[in-house]
Write a protein that binds this ligand. Structure first.
Ligand SMILES: [Zn+2]
Length: 237
């Protein structure tokens, strides 16, 4: 029997069930992800009350088990409250501006609650004139703290502590934007062209989208400019 062409199928008779199955799937995946990536005892808002239920002290909600609490922390309400709280703290000057950018990625000394990684899109690019290869990154930061602009920093394999052992063939471009987690893109350890117009970044305040374009120097240029494969870091301060 040809189910696909039955009368009425275009109204989505079977589509509804599969859509809700997909949602359940997604929730389950999110829950697992949260369980893996979060440690409850480090969560300042997690609280076990006298009847053994879990409370979120940020949103003042009650949850029957840790899974349901974790699902809550991935939800819109909690995320919005986190962003609001971060904005308020920043306004009150609780954030130590000094640590942003300096500690990116390795140690975060401040007690700021992170709300996850941004969505992103990467496009491989080639300059039509110079034939330089590179990437265009677009990162979405819909809940970024008001007044904060994302910042980038390049790090070589030996500065980072995430991937062990370090592989000298790669370097990392880190992007920090409170209250999001700092994320890093792994790229070839080729020298980056830092001339104006070659390496640029732009934060689209209206769409909360951060754009970074980077191009590698051509092999010919690399040969004439010091040690290839060792991209210098941005100034630390
Ligand atoms: Zn909450």
């Amino acid at each position: 029997m040809d189910y696909q062409n039955r009368a009425g199928s275009k109204f989505g008779g079977g589509g509804v069930a599969s859509a809700s199955a997909t949602n359940a799937d997604r929730r389950e995946r999110l829950r697992k992800l949260a369980l893996e990536s979060m440690e409850l005892d480090k969560d300042p808002f997690w609280f076990k009350n006298h009847v053994g239920a879990y409370e979120c002290r940020l949103c003042l909600t009650v949850h029957q088990n840790d899974g349901s609490y974790l699902a809550h922390t991935q939800g819109r309400k909690h995320q919005t409250n986190l962003a609001r709280r971060a904005a308020k703290e920043q306004k009150e000057g609780k954030q130590d501006a000094n640590t942003l950018g300096v500690n990116m990625g390795t140690q975060i000394r401040r007690n700021v609650v992170k709300i996850g990684r941004p969505g992103y899109k990467i496009t491989k690019i080639r300059d039509p004139l110079t034939r330089q290869l590179g990437f265009l990154y677009q990162l979405q930061y819909p809940e970024i703290t008001p007044g904060v602009k994302p910042r980038i920093r390049f790090m070589n394999a030996f500065e980072q502590r995430v991937e062990e052992p370090p592989d000298k063939n790669f370097q990392y471009m880190l992007v920090a934007a409170e209250p999001y987690e700092t994320c890093a893109f792994k790229i070839q350890a080729r020298e980056i062209d830092r001339r104006e117009g070659r390496l640029w970044e732009w934060f689209d305040e209206d769409n909360k989208e951060f754009w970074v374009q980077m191009l590698f120097k051509t092999e010919r240029e690399e040969r004439y400019s010091g040690v290839p494969g060792l991209a210098p870091s941005l100034p630390r301060r």
